[in-house]
Design a protein around this ligand. Structure first.
Ligand code: ADE
Length: 445
């Protein structure tokens, strides 16, 4: 993204291509125009959320994402709202889905690689559990890989905080992708989020190492039956250590299933394991979450589909400009250049104000004005000495809040062009900061 084209802007972010799409949200690539940082923005439609009575769930999702700060979890950076949309700004993860690594590259991972991802998965999931946050939709598609090849868990869309527990202290909503879901979630007798998440981690480990699912049936009832009974077979190439651990995780009885604390003690798991290092005691502010769902104008951003003026780099600037007093570097004498067919001035006014002021100044001089983005074509109504005088203008961004405006004769007589520019300048006094006709750097007066 170069910041020049017809892109949607939300606050300080310029939106780019769509990274993913779900029922309630679209995830878009975006760039922070202040810092150049890449982010992913989850865009939610306020009307849709209200219509489906999802306000509480979305609020919970956002609060959850704020509560968990871990190197292997996609970081929520900020939340913004416009009149119609909610924008959740997330850390951008460059390496794609872990699932793609299984599907496209080797069809399955070598055991050491699978173990490293599994160790990172358990690290992050156990950290969430320690904060009473359960993911409930763990599957390879929700696992991204960063530029360093480390895991990043995304999408807490269905995660549940303890307030969703009933009096029995168990969770009760059936959700998640059937192939990865624990048996006790399917039969809805209530389940503990932590043990159910660990089951999903077991299925993920199997898929990473085998390249296919342990439970996979076309018929949903047959699939559920196989899951209830934990009917699966490990391929012969699984090491005995991996096989033993997977059997302990894919235990259909949640009461006897291996716990995270026991997984940390498992010999196969321990090989090469080092826990992630990070700051566990960061301040977390949840003020913006209530604000984006209320009528409050705090955290409100404006959306604009803007075409930004093209940026001008230092070389272009130096080679062009006399009015910026950089001219000594490339100066040619007036008599060598011949009569000037171009003029430039700089302005600190916004680009759209520059355009409208030029338009207002040119029309009374008998010029027809055509505008496109940050370019204009001014054409004299009257026939001159060499046909209709025609002038092209373009606005360039030199630095934030500093623009260079170039006027160039396209057709007609050069002397007429000079007279036109002199007359036009009178109407531009409010926007011109420096003009090259001012003898380099004195403000036009
Ligand atoms: N797709 C969904 N969320 C993403 C993220 N945070 N970074 C990159 N791609 C994504």
């Amino acid at each position: 993204m170069n910041g020049n084209n017809n892109r949607m802007r939300v606050g300080k972010y310029e939106l780019g291509k769509t990274l993913g799409e779900g029922t309630f949200a679209k995830v878009k690539f975006a760039k922070n125009l202040d810092t150049g940082e890449s982010v992913a923005i989850k865009v939610l439609d306020k009307d849709k959320i209200l219509k489906h009575k999802m306000v509480q769930q979305i609020k919970r999702e956002i609060s959850t994402m704020k509560l968990v700060k871990h190197p292997y979890i996609v970081q929520l950076l900020e939340v913004m709202a416009s009149k119609t949309k909610i924008y959740i700004v997330l850390e951008y993860v460059t390496g794609g889905e872990l699932f793609d690594k299984i599907v496209s590259t080797w069809s399955r991972l070598i055991e050491n690689d699978a173990r490293r991802y599994f160790q990172q998965l358990i690290d992050a999931v156990d950290y969430c559990h320690s904060r009473n946050v359960y993911h409930r939709d763990l599957k390879p598609e929700n696992l991204l890989v960063d530029a360093n090849g480390n895991l990043k868990i995304s999408d807490f869309g269905l995660s549940a905080l303890p307030q969703q527990c009933r009096a029995d202290g168990l969770l009760h909503t059936t959700c998640g992708t059937p192939n990865y879901v624990a048996p006790e979630v399917i039969n809805d007798k209530g389940y503990h989020g932590a043990t159910a998440d660990l089951w999903s981690c077991g299925v993920i480990l199997f898929v990473l190492m085998a390249g296919y699912l342990p439970f996979d049936e076309q018929n949903l009832m047959t699939l559920y039956k196989k899951i209830y009974r934990a009917e699966f077979t490990c391929p012969s190439f699984f090491s005995s250590g991996a096989r033993r651990l997977i059997m302990k995780i894919l235990d259909p009885n949640p009461k006897t299933r291996i716990t995270a604390a026991q997984i940390y003690q498992n010999d196969w798991f321990k090989k090469g394991y080092s826990p992630a290092k990070f700051d566990k005691d960061m301040d977390i502010n949840l003020d913006d979450i209530d604000a984006v769902f209320s009528e409050s104008t705090d955290y409100m951003v404006t959306e604009e589909r803007g075409v930004k003026p093209p940026a001008m780099n230092a070389f272009e600037l130096i080679s062009l400009s006399r009015g910026l007093n950089l001219s000594g570097l490339f100066e040619t004498r007036e008599q060598d250049r011949g009569p000037q067919k171009e003029s430039r001035f700089t302005s600190t006014k916004p680009a759209n104000e520059i355009i409208s002021t030029i338009e207002k100044a040119a029309k009374p001089l008998g010029f027809n004005v055509q505008k496109r983005d940050y370019k204009m074509k001014l054409q004299a109504d009257k026939h001159g000495r060499k046909g209709h005088l025609s002038v092209a203008t373009e606005v360039f961004e030199v630095a934030p809040s500093l623009f260079m405006v170039e006027l160039r004769k396209k057709g007609g007589d050069t002397l007429e062009y000079h007279n036109f520019y002199r007359d036009l300048s009178k109407g531009l006094q409010d926007i011109v900061w420096r003009s090259e006709k001012d003898g380099n750097s004195s403000p036009i007066k």
